[in-house]
Design a protein around this ligand. Structure first.
Ligand code: NAP
Length: 485
């Protein structure tokens, strides 16, 4: 099979192990699809357990030298990698658009956002502190140092093929850890190109490996069972996160989990409604709704509900849906047919139980996995679509009358990743921010991700933070050294 003609000729499609592009030990490969057509883009090497073992051997062999590399040098490599990512914006964005479907403009935005984690952590690499105090008893000194945890496994999802990787690779390398990345099977190409850019930035062999595989459970299971692996950092569904936490328990391995969400988006009656509609569009439609931070449930005060709903439906209806590589596309396809069928079933079920379709409500016929931007109103409170992470271009709206009612509904979920609300009342801002049981709260804004801020969830949305000065702590252990003098 020959590659699609619009795929750049030098697109990497082999495994990346110990600084080299390699076929898998078994010689197996698997196809990568274009969600905008349903056709095959290319094929990549399919890692098995033997390849995972080679990658771990190289990560373990490189670990002590990388940990001993001066922080300034680690910082310079990360900084150079950031420069290379920016220089290769067009190439990275095109790969993301082709393998994942997002519009080119959004893909370029992800290159800027994802690359920034490398620059941010280049700056953090030289600021790893420790502390020293005299013991209160006067009996010697307490010296506290920070050390890299050791070889790490980073498992990433398909929705942000670059940023979900750099958010883990950046802090791990800054801390002095080696990393094996297991990208999602739907989107391996972007991460393979990133590995090559890291080589060009001067990263020593063995410090970063990338293992695309169709056998996620087998490959990851084998790595997790090896006591030489020191840490797992996972971004993906809560369901898979639970499995990996169970595996981590065996060696009591350090684990960071960025899991699913069910973000509420509350519009109070004192909100600037025009601004709330713009914010809603951003919070819902970034990445076509395929974001863990996506607004999942719109809770709108009944006094402004019809105005908000009508305006949001108009804006959603006007969005241009199409292949991400076409000029002017605002919403790309869903990642695969399975996701589209899942979303269609959720919408159909809601409509069968009484929800009103204000716009959309159906899959778009033809090639590719497109679904129309949809607004549903008048949902029964027990609708499955209110309880599940939709992960698609569907906004569901319910009403409320009091602040307490809105906060209680917002918190009525096992998830706690992002939450949003719109109000012009400062007292309410502080009260509701405190009352929302979420790791991140957006006030009068629909986009909250920032490499300089700690990203993470509570409850079943995860453990730990990525980004900010908190992000590097996930890759460091604390050592206490007792001194007599
Ligand atoms: P997923 O099915 O959990 O997959 C995530 C990763 O885990 C992929 O690399 C996947 O590989 C791998 N995986 C799947 N089954 C596995 C198993 N049994 N053992 C080991 N690894 C396994 O999630 P997804 O569908 O890719 O992504 C969507 C989910 O990610 C949503 O729930 C979303 O909220 C969450 N997410 C969270 C954040 C956050 O920061 N909190 C950010 C983005 C996405 P394969 O692709 O090869 O199956």
């Amino acid at each position: 099979m020959s590659d699609r003609p619009d795929l750049p000729a030098d697109t990497p499609t082999d495994l990346w192990i110990d600084g080299h592009a390699l076929p898998s030990v078994s010689g197996a490969r698997f196809d990568v699809a274009d969600p905008a057509t349903g056709g095959v883009l290319t094929s990549v090497a399919d890692a098995g357990v033997a390849d995972a073992s080679k990658a771990l051997d190289s990560a373990v062999a490189a670990q002590s030298r990388w940990a001993a590399t001066p922080p300034r040098r680690r910082s310079e490599i990360l900084y150079r990698a950031w420069e290379l990512v920016v220089e290769h914006t067009d190439e990275l964005a095109l790969l993301m658009t082709l393998e994942m479907g997002k519009p080119l403009a959004e893909a370029r935005g992800e290159v800027a956002y994802g690359g920034e984690f490398l620059r941010w952590f280049a700056e953090e690499a030289v600021r790893i502190g420790g502390r020293t105090t005299t013991a209160p008893s006067g009996n010697g000194r307490i010296l506290v140092t920070k050390e890299p945890v050791g070889p790490c496994l980073a498992v990433t999802p398909w929705n942000f093929p670059l940023a979900m990787g750099t958010r883990k690779i950046g802090p791990a390398l800054a801390a002095g850890c080696t990393v094996i990345v297991k990208p999602a099977e739907d989107t391996p190409l972007t991460m393979l190109l990133l590995a090559r850019l890291f080589r060009d930035a001067g990263l020593p062999d063995g410090v970063l490996s990338v293992l695309p595989t169709l056998d996620s459970a087998g490959v990851i299971g084998a790595l997790m069972a090896d006591s030489r692996l020191a840490k797992i950092s996972f971004t993906g569904s809560t369901q898979v996160g639970r499995i990996l936490l169970g595996q981590a328990a065996h060696h009591v391995m350090k684990a960071s989990m960025e899991l699913g969400g069910n973000a509420p988006f509350i519009v109070f009656d004192d909100a600037d409604i025009d601004a709330a509609v713009e914010g809603a569009l951003a919070a819902k439609m970034r990445n076509g709704g395929q974001a863990c931070t996506a607004a999942n449930r719109f809770l709108v005060h009944n006094a402004v509900r019809e105005r908000f709903t009508a305006a949001l439906a108009d804006r959603m209806d006007a969005l241009r849906v199409g292949a991400g590589r076409e000029d002017g596309t605002e919403v790309g396809p869903l990642i695969n047919e399975r996701q589209r069928s899942r979303i269609a079933a959720l919408v159909d079920d809601a409509v069968a139980s009484g929800a009103v379709v204000r716009t959309g409500g159906k899959a778009i016929a033809g090639d590719g996995w497109f679904y129309a931007p949809t607004v549903l109103d008048h949902l029964p409170t027990d609708s499955d679509i209110l309880a599940e992470e939709i992960f698609g271009p569907v906004a569901v709206i319910t009403g409320f009358d009091t602040e307490d009612e809105a906060v209680a509904a917002a918190n009525d979920t096992p998830y706690g990743l992002a939450a949003y609300f719109y109000t012009r009342d400062l007292d309410r801002t502080l009260r509701v921010s405190a009352a929302l049981n979420a790791g991140m709260v957006g006030v009068n804004r629909g986009i909250i991700s920032d490499p300089a801020a700690p990203f993470g969830g509570v409850k079943e949305s995860g453990l730990g933070s990525e980004g900010g000065s908190e992000g590097i702590a996930e890759y460091l252990t604390t050592k206490y050294i007792a001194l007599t003098a």
